[in-house]
Design a protein around this ligand. Sequence first.
Ligand code: BGC
Length: 729
Amino acid sequence: MKRLKMMAMALMMGASALAQVPAYLDDSQPLEVRVQDALSRMTTHEKIQLLHAQSKFTSAGVPRLGIRQLNMDDGPHGVREELEWNTWKPARWTNDSVVAFPSLTCLAATWNPELSAVYGNAVSEEFAFRGKDVMLGPGVNMARTPLNGRNFEYMGEDPYLAGHMIVPYIRSAQANGVACCLKHFALNNQEIDRFAVNVNVDERTLHEIYLPAFKAAVQEGGVWTVMPSYPLWNGIHCCQNDSLLNGILKRDWGFDGATISDWGGTTDTWQAATGGLDIEMGTFTDGKVKEAEFGYDDYYLADKFEKLIDEGKIPMSVLDDKATRVLRTIFRTSMNRQKVIGSLCSEAHYDACLRIGEEGIVLLKNAEDMLPLDFNRYERILVVGENAVRSLTKGGGSSELKTLHDWSPLESLQKRFGAKIDYAQGYSSGRAMYDKVDPVDPALSRQLKAEALEKARQADLILFIGGMNKNCRQDCENSDRENYHLSFGQDELIQELAAIQKNIIVCTFGGNAFATPWIDEVKGFVHAWYLGSMAGEALVRVLDGTVNPSGKLPVTFARRLEDYPFMEYGAEAYPGVNKQVYYKEGIFMGYRHFDTRKVKPQFPFGYGLSYTTFEYGKSRLSSKTLSDGKIVLSVDITNTGNRAGKETVQLYIGQRKPSEVRPVKELKAFEKVELQPGETRTVEFSIDRSMLSFFSAKSHDWVVEPGRFDAYVCASSADVRGQADFRVE
Ligand code: BGC
């Protein structure tokens, strides 16, 4: 009897507990109601716990209240392998192999926002399946110098291209309940002295060149988390920079999510607390305490911050704001019941990887229409170069991936053409290492070269497959390249091979522009960035014509390093002197410089060939004057060749007589169209005032001046196919 009574009571209690689901656990409640309800139930200490790491890649939730932690991981090209809870050592799990997706520079080179959405969806499904809530990426720092070791993780040199391409990535990733963590905010444009360099950049350049892609990601992409960067701006580390985080990001742009410090980017409790940092990750020991003894409560936003709150030196409202932002992130991700389960290494993910890779590959030279290759015409095809076999998903720093399988170019070629394919390594670069360069034995280099030259004499076609890799001082975090050339003797090797066999095509991987002193001696040149797991398949499908290339450069390939604008100003402009770097070239970065100053690049921004040809009709404007609305520019594009292909039509705009100096023209819109042979389509661009403004150094704001403007319809920044001018009232 007694037992029955107890059971009845328990049932009643259960029912009443059900009836009273706290608001923060009730999905039907608005997000802000849930967040405030959760906050109202938390102690000061519990709020503090939300604000710093509890392991290398997680931050705590509130276990007592059933509020989950945040599981984070790199980013941005796939999910990094599991590391030990408290160290940087691999955890050696056996279920964490993933698909490596193409590098973000490759995505930018597709100029196809639909593929950005495909990318964001696929990569976030892998994050979800691995139990991750926050993907550390994507990054939209600008490629100011081709020497920057991390450009491969970013989206090129133009703020509009990067911003426009990153928005669909973020939206589709977050629609799956996985937060993107936009990095590295801001000015992380070199790896040399990345922890200590103070960036001096004028206000106009900051707003016109280095911030717009971040702004688009926040305001149009609605990104949920942002990673402030290592360097300093105005003498303060970006991770705790009040003007940058509280001012620009949160107040001016209305960012409502959480900032997550770059790992080890926090250096001071007061600055971090008051400077807009919400979650502190990866902090290094303070030098007094050994790594092993340094605990998470020693972090700047842990006990030290709690003490300042308890003493009333920093108001509770500051803590509440941070906790609110972290709770929002938790409810959007780890406690989001709509979050997808995801999948790992699915056919759809390999397919996405392949499609993005194929469209990002850029055909830069095709003499005598030698490409696409008719493999039947050749008897003995020699493949030369280390990147034909090397896994380029390894190395590079935090973006390194543990993959289930990578298709190398040699493997993909042999699969199709079997015995016809011979291989010689030609050069060696050593192992992929993050912090040092493997010395390569000169005798080995000589031997590899001699072998390649010997085999070249027997071949009737040479495919050179080289470029950069992700070794230290190639394309790798924490170091920049040492010069603008391909390393390991590749330039000389290509020239010597070309002297033996004139049928030579150069294919390169790499995240940066580089010198091509051999360009006149080779028949074809294809640049492939990093293509991830399906690298070989994507490259071979372009070479054999299964895919018609349609990538265009998101960066300028200068003839010489000296032609880049920062080079005019010596070490102060790059990499800095006494930890001060000055962006002296100002707004004239990338094609804005080459174009305005008439410096001829080797391959201009926006350039890329196809196996077909496109004709541009006359540009027509719906009106010759623009007041408040918009005018429409239309242009007919015709595929005049005999195979289907895609063309990216680029709209640049320039102002005739601005009151402050401006580039002759800047990218303002683009559209990629697919056309069958003989097909014509009309591309339309809407031009409104927002596309005409510049950030005035005088009024400290965006201004549009009345006067004459020119709209340029282009196939690249240096290839104007149509022009129309209009007046702004
Ligand atoms: C990198 C970040 C990365 C973090 C965690 C840092 O060194 O700069 O991009 O997300 O490490 O691995």
